[in-house]
Design a protein around this ligand. Structure first.
Ligand code: G
Ligand code: G
Ligand code: MN
Ligand code: NA
Length: 254
């Protein structure tokens, strides 16, 4: 495929860019950080979203160097923010299954933490439920190692995989991200409303935070606020944006 051969070149030629989508505290609306979402600026195709190349990168193994690049870039951003008055903001980075199950991740993180001096608690790693459940024992050990370094851990796309509630206890976590598939219909689908409300209650009773993703309407935000959801992310607040725009937005909010 055209894309696959071009992807390796793209990394060398620095055609990837991290976009940032703001995350807000639901009760106050305050900006608390962002999720990093990779984009590919293809010379002919224009901006290509991760849905089109992450699966190919997973398949081909490129996800490993791409994932390392994303971590390096994220840590550099956190370091930069410390110097421009944005040192309170967190940054969440997505991990692929291959990164979670390979043996390079912890070494990369140790090097980045040692050379940057960032507060590890400002870095959050998102692991999808599906990736975590591929090998629960290995995931449990990895998450424990991440938490031992002070790095935050979130379960992404919560509720979409073959989740077993017992793993919420097995894994050391900081929070779960409620998948936007549940958020989409909370006003119209009573089942989704019940699932979201119960998930928030369950997470809180286990001492976990909750962020809802894909929040698009004020009514959805209101519902989530009523259920004491901690944070939210979605088009209602902001779309993913380039770093410059994020920094301008964050500085204006100070
Ligand atoms: O907007 P959005 O299209 O940006 O992202 C689509 C999907 O791509 C999301 O599910 C997200 O988790 C994934 N994704 C975005 N950036 C990265 C990344 O750096 N690494 C991995 N593994 N997945 C990513
Ligand atoms: O990693 P994850 O699958 O959670 O990545 C978030 C994805 O959701 C990205 O593709 C991002 O662009 C997308 N997204 C973020 N906010 C919204 C939203 O409010 N509505 C929809 N439909 N998609 C969103
Ligand atoms: Mn994510
Ligand atoms: Na998600």
């Amino acid at each position: 495929l055209l894309l696959e051969s071009r992807l390796w070149q793209a990394l060398e030629q620095q055609e990837f860019e991290l976009y940032l989508q703001p995350q807000v505290d639901l009760p106050s609306g305050a900006l608390i950080g962002a999720e990093a979402l990779v984009r590919w600026h293809h010379p002919e195709l224009g901006t290509v979203g991760p849905d089109r190349f992450i699966p190919i990168a997973e398949e081909s193994g490129l996800i490993l160097p791409l994932g390392e690049w994303a971590l390096r870039r994220a840590v550099a951003l956190l370091e930069r923010w410390r110097g421009i008055g944005l040192g309170h903001l967190r940054l969440a980075v997505n991990l692929s299954a291959r990164q979670c199950h390979g043996d390079a991740l912890l070494g990369q993180l140790d090097e980045l933490l040692a050379t940057s001096g960032i507060d590890p608690a400002l870095l959050e790693l998102e692991i999808t439920e599906t990736a975590a459940m591929q090998d629960p024992e290995l995931s449990r050990a990895l998450l424990q190692q991440l938490r031992a370094r002070g790095i935050r851990v979130a379960i992404d796309d919560f509720g979409t995989g073959y989740s077993s509630l017992s793993y919420l206890k097995l894994f050391e976590l900081d929070r779960i991200k409620i998948d936007r598939g549940f958020v989409k219909d909370i006003e119209t689908d009573p089942d989704d409303a019940v699932i979201v409300g119960a998930t928030i209650g369950l997470a809180h009773s286990l001492g976990l935070g909750v962020i809802a993703e894909g929040v698009e309407t004020a009514a959805q935000a209101e519902f989530l606020r009523g259920k004491l959801c901690d944070e939210a992310q979605g088009y209602l607040f902001a779309r993913p944006m380039c770093v410059d725009e994020f920094e301008r937005t964050a500085s204006a909010a100070l």
